[in-house]
Design a protein around this ligand. Structure first.
Ligand code: 4IP
Ligand code: ZN
Length: 145
């Protein structure tokens, strides 16, 4: 597979289990024509793969319009909704975020996408945009792939 983009960003834990912690990790992301992968970079060792999302499983990629302080050092969030999980990724600047969102949208435009998405974060048991308390509730804004 051809590599499309790579770079260091911060991700929030996807909280796949009810007991998962909420934390932020710096990861090295690689987007190729098949997957979005992220790894931990370790000095003197080879990077350790931490996650791999098949592009075909992605249903929405969009900027997050945050109305709360961002608790990590990279302040430009975007979301990747796949399977039944939301991956929040934080880019270091707006240009970088735009590049990733544009490239991911391009690579997923023929997928089975959502009609509507949530423009804000899922936080403390509800959507900050529409106040729904179900994480997988239908979105509240039209998605433009
Ligand atoms: C982990 O916390 C890391 O944040 C994982 O991220 C994350 O997996 C886990 O979330 C979370 O429990 P600890 O390191 O404190 O154990 P990474 O894989 O980048 O290290 P995700 O799914 O976000 O990759 P859960 O919900 O998958 O357990
Ligand atoms: Zn919403």
């Amino acid at each position: 597979p051809r590599v499309i983009l790579k770079g260091t960003m911060i991700k929030k834990s996807q909280q796949k289990k009810r007991t998962s912690p909420s934390n932020y990790k710096e990861r090295f992301f690689v987007l190729d024509t098949q997957d979005l992968k992220y790894s931990e970079r370790r000095p003197g060792k080879r990077p350790m793969l931490k996650g791999c999302i098949e592009l075909s499983r992605i249903k929405c990629v969009e900027i997050v319009c945050a109305d709360v302080p961002i608790p990590c050092s990279y302040k430009y969030p975007f979301q990747v909704f796949h399977d039944s999980h939301y991956l929040y990724i934080f880019a270091p600047d707006n240009d970088c975020r735009q590049r990733w969102v544009r490239a991911l949208k391009e690579e997923t435009k023929h997928n089975n996408l959502v009609a509507k998405y949530h423009p804000n974060f899922w936080m403390e048991g509800r959507w900050r945009c529409c106040h729904q308390s179900e994480k997988l509730a239908t979105g509240c804004r039209i998605y433009n792939p």
